[in-house]
Design a protein around this ligand. Structure first.
Ligand SMILES: *[C@@H]1O[C@H](CO)[C@@H](O)[C@H](O)[C@H]1NC(C)=O
Ligand SMILES: *[C@@H]1O[C@H](CO)[C@@H](O)[C@H](O)[C@H]1NC(C)=O
Ligand SMILES: *[C@@H]1O[C@H](CO)[C@@H](O)[C@H](O)[C@H]1NC(C)=O
Length: 460
């Protein structure tokens, strides 16, 4: 089980040389194909005899771009562009850095990781736990390509474990104790921000971690703050945390219904929260109650829908509408793949995970949020069932990428994240406050060698 690549046959159709027909476009879904393609591309343009250097042992040489043919062509390193994952991630230990424990368990250390595991923000815990067990983890900082800073700020804040001010100050304190963060200006450090607020949960994020790799489901935050903390080329969009009862292998909480048994054309299950798009959908469902189901859901109290009931509603339509809420991403988009309805995105700014390898036109519909109305329902009703079945079938192939399964699974959200991280691995790290000498010594502005840098580090 070396990588996704080794297991392609299980989830994805294999690479195919024939011209691109509709069916073959499914190929665009393939992590596998994309990686293979990329490898071929680099092979062809840079090095005709590339495979001879595919040797894990010769790491040092292999990591460098080299000139060949008398200086006319570059030989590109296999690593980072190749067909297998090869990276080392250091996970900071909670006891190693003063303050990290409060970002994980609150100021009194009383919030349990398990209570943070549930709900749509559980990814902050899951990703941490999966990395700790990962074969890509290293315990040596010197050899790490990337550094993971574990923190559950969303959960800790919700449970009253830290307030916004404390979260901000604690992050700054934590970062000031990390020489490696200072060395790269944060460029090789990874943070998870699992909620709609994204990195804004750390108020001064823009000053301190604006060069770091941020894992977040959130592409924008424009209605509450005027800036987005997400940067397409630096950060990674992660899938939301769908209830484990739905993503597990084997019998799930509820099973998908055959199309002919579904009562509604479309549904929207969620609160209005005063959002235009959602209010329009709720109105629309009153005009077309037989086509669009949009019940007034209670999220507290005795009438609150249970987990199973919720999914029972969701699976009773061909299309599951996913309008914008407080922010652009919505868990319903991911959930729809497990009840097997076609997600219809009504959130113009939404960003999606693993866009380097997934063609979203094959598995979903995105409709302008400014055109929510009878026209949308007419359009959806005009789509033949065979097309709906086709999209659902494609969705079934990729949904394993939304599940936060252990690394032993050949396809999971974690595998997708690892491939994205792999593309960010750099051979060398520096920042405006990092310098180096003729003999490879890394020093700071005062010419102090890296190993002697004193805590606390000056930031940013
Ligand atoms: C965050 O904390 C740092 C360090 O204590 C402080 O300088 C900064 O002003 C704080 N940011 C906000 C928005 O409070
Ligand atoms: C990141 O923060 C530093 C320090 O405040 C600032 O100088 C820089 O312009 C910021 N970079 C970006 C890309 O926002
Ligand atoms: C590199 O050179 C500097 C300046 O000559 C010296 O102080 C430092 O000890 C050297 N480092 C190593 C690793 O030899």
């Amino acid at each position: 089980m070396g990588s996704l690549h080794n297991n392609k046959s299980r989830i994805f159709t294999p690479y195919n040389h024939t011209p691109c027909t509709r069916t073959h476009q499914i190929g665009a879904l393939l992590l596998v194909t994309a990686t293979f393609f990329l490898t071929r591309l680099f092979d062809q343009s840079f090095s005709p005899c590339h495979y001879s250097s595919l040797n894990l042992g010769g790491q040092l040489q292999q990591n460098l771009v080299r000139l060949s043919d008398g200086g006319r062509s570059l030989s590109w390193p296999e690593r980072g562009y190749g067909s297998y994952l090869f990276l080392k991630i250091y996970v900071y230990d909670e006891n190693e850095i003063d303050g990290l424990k409060s970002l994980l368990y609150g100021r009194d250390g009383t919030i349990s990781a398990d209570s943070c595991l549930k709900g749509q923000w559980g990814t902050q815990v899951k990703i941490h736990k999966l990395l700790v067990q990962s074969r890509f983890r290293t315990r040596k900082k010197e050899e790490a390509d990337l550094f993971f800073v574990p923190a559950y700020p969303k959960c800790v804040r919700m449970m009253g474990g830290l307030n916004d001010k404390e979260i901000n100050q604690t992050y700054v304190k934590v970062l000031s104790q990390m020489p490696y963060f200072r060395r790269s200006g944060g460029r090789d450090h990874i943070f998870v921000f699992p909620s709609g607020a994204g990195a804004h949960l750390f108020r001064s994020w823009a000053t301190y971690i604006n060069r770091s790799i941020i894992l977040t489901p959130e592409g924008d935050r424009t209605d509450k703050r005027d800036t987005s903390a997400f940067n397409t080329w630096k950060d990674i969009i992660i899938p939301g945390n769908v209830d484990d009862g739905m993503t597990k292998l084997g019998p799930t909480l509820i099973q998908p219904l055959p199309l002919s048994k579904r009562k509604y054309l479309a549904n929207y299950l969620g609160r209005a929260q005063g959002k235009v798009g959602r209010l329009q959908l709720i109105d629309l469902s009153k005009q077309y109650p037989d086509k669009l189901e949009s019940p007034d859901l209670k999220f507290k109290g005795p009438e609150k829908l249970g987990r199973v009931e919720y999914f029972q509603h969701l699976h009773n339509a061909k299309f599951c509408l996913a309008p914008r809420g407080e922010s652009s991403w919505t868990l319903r988009f991911y959930e729809s793949f497990f009840v097997e309805c076609v997600p219809v995105i009504l959130s113009d700014e939404a960003e999606f995970p693993f866009q380097n390898v997934i063609d979203y036109t094959q598995i979903s519909i995105k409709w302008p949020s400014t055109r929510i109305g009878p026209e949308l329902l007419e359009y959806l009703a005009s789509i033949p069932d065979a097309e709906v079945e086709r999209m659902i079938a494609h969705g079934r192939q990729v949904r394993c990428l939304w599940a936060y399964a252990p690394e032993s699974e050949p396809c999971s959200a974690m595998q997708g994240i690892m491939w994205e991280l792999q593309r960010k691995v750099r051979q060398f790290h520096q920042s405006a406050e990092t310098f180096w000498l003729h003999n490879g010594s890394i020093v700071n502005r005062d010419l102090v060698e890296f190993t002697n840098w004193k805590l606390p580090m000056r930031l940013p």
